[in-house]
Design a protein around this ligand. Structure first.
Ligand code: URA
Length: 434
């Protein structure tokens, strides 16, 4: 088998066999296929797409590139939640403790910020002392003790995804349905879960800009999960404006704390509760989804989700006091206000621009080797639909360095549209698949 022949066939829209896909993934992971050939293959997939059988084979090959975590010694249904990536999306840090407090086993393997989107691991690492580099044994032990453990993808779990994702990031091939589906599902299958709740984002701040594509991605991931005997449900949710008010790692931890104490933004609370309810339902803690919704609500109101998050922060070496004392979190040194140019209604807050601006001042990564500044980010002062006066503060940029502040301020300014008429209401949860 020659790599160049497989690239050529994919380029011409042919379907590759499972053996051929496995050849590509295995040899690339082991360093026997050079980056330039893999880059060409990824671009061929981007333009020619893949059939269901090919995506399933790709997922299998990526799982086989590492080891599968064996969680069978832990009783209870293991349920994870994963988002396709958004701006201000901190729902994992709210839904996971709520579900864990309800008795679901939640092993969570999360990702890092890349491009304009944020990453759960970076948010957790904004908490002083928090360790995300658990070994598989530590991960399993913590799950057994606390029902919830967070870790990052390691060399053991789907290493092919680590290499492929980095290559996609620099070759313009992130926004591909088969590549996103195999990337996410390989990590989830390798993690040894029984069920999965997916949050497929759609809109300006998401990789999928159109609902029809988000639906296709959701259907594909649900189908891959089923082929691996996992129960999967996907919500398709709006990512045209950032979720909540906070964008940036420590700022988002503060908003998580407020939300787990039932004092968070309405959109963030609503989506986190629905994701937690679906985790509780798939975790077979309740018989019906309505009962699961009630339970998620109860775990929020009685503070047990909040306490669970504190317990897990402590168990992973972090300072749990940060949830009550925000001054213990990394703090920015400067603030820049962005003002409304006119009276009117906020008709759009383009999530992508807010995410890009936040990344420019250090909250995210432009390449995978960049380090993030945990203190910085953006706090929105308004949401879409709100009436504003000329000169009112639309958002604040919190920064520690001034190098790209002007560029970031201009970018975030462009995110806001203030119109004479109020915008139409838009649903947050658009569809359920699975
Ligand atoms: N998240 C992932 O893990 N992979 C992708 O390809 C996109 C989002």
């Amino acid at each position: 088998m020659r790599t160049v022949d497989l690239i050529r066939r994919k380029r011409d829209g042919e379907e590759l066999s499972a053996d051929e896909i496995s050849f590509l993934i295995q040899n690339y992971t082991q360093g026997q296929i050079p980056d330039y050939q893999m880059a060409a293959f990824l671009m061929a997939v981007f333009f020619s797409d893949m059939g269901d059988q090919e995506v399933t084979a790709m997922t299998r090959a990526m799982v086989a590139s590492g080891s599968t975590i064996d969680l069978s010694s832990i009783s209870g249904v293991k349920v994870d939640k994963h988002s396709t990536g958004g701006v201000g999306d901190k729902t994992s840090l709210i839904a996971a403790p709520l579900a864990a407090a309800a008795g679901v086993m939640v092993p969570m393997i999360s990702g890092r910020a890349l491009g304009h989107t944020g990453g759960t691991l970076d948010k957790l690492e904004a908490i002083p002392g928090f360790r995300t580099n658990l070994t598989v044994d530590e991960f399993r032990e913590q799950l057994r003790m606390y029902n919830l453990a967070f870790m990052g993808q390691s060399a053991e779990v789907a290493p092919a995804d680590g290499k492929l994702y980095a290559m996609r990031d620099v070759t313009g091939t992130i926004e591909s349905i088969p590549l996103i589906a195999s990337s996410i599902m390989s990590k989830k299958v390798a993690e040894g879960i029984d069920a999965l709740v997916l949050d497929v984002k759609v809109g300006s701040g998401a990789f999928m800009k159109k609902q029809v594509d988000a639906r296709k991605l959701a259907q594909l991931m649900v189908a891959i999960g089923r082929r691996h005997d996992k129960r999967v449900q996907a919500l398709i949710t709006d990512m045209n404006q950032p979720l909540g008010f906070a964008i940036g790692n420590a700022l988002e931890v503060m908003e998580v704390s407020q939300t787990l104490q039932n004092a968070g933004p309405t959109d963030l609370t609503r989506l986190s509760l629905e994701l937690a309810a679906r985790m509780i339902f798939l975790g077979r803690v309740t018989m019906t989804l309505d009962d699961a919704r009630e339970m998620a609500q109860r775990k929020l109101l009685d503070g047990s989700g909040y306490r669970k998050f504190k317990e897990v922060i402590k168990a992973q070496g972090g300072d749990a006091n940060v949830l009550d004392r925000f001054d213990l979190l990394p703090n920015a040194t400067g603030v820049r206000e962005i003002l409304s140019p006119r009276n009117g209604y906020v008709s759009a807050i383009e999530a992508e621009y807010v995410g890009l601006a936040s990344a420019m001042i250090g909250a995210g990564r432009e390449t995978k080797d960049d380090t993030v500044d945990p203190a910085v980010g953006v706090i929105l002062e308004v949401k879409v639909g709100q009436k504003v006066d000329a000169g009112a503060v639309l958002c604040r940029l919190y920064y520690t360095k001034e190098d790209r502040l002007e560029e970031a301020a201009e970018t975030v300014e462009e995110a806001f549209r203030v119109s004479a008429a109020p915008p139409e209401d838009r649903d947050l949860i658009l569809e359920v698949v699975g």
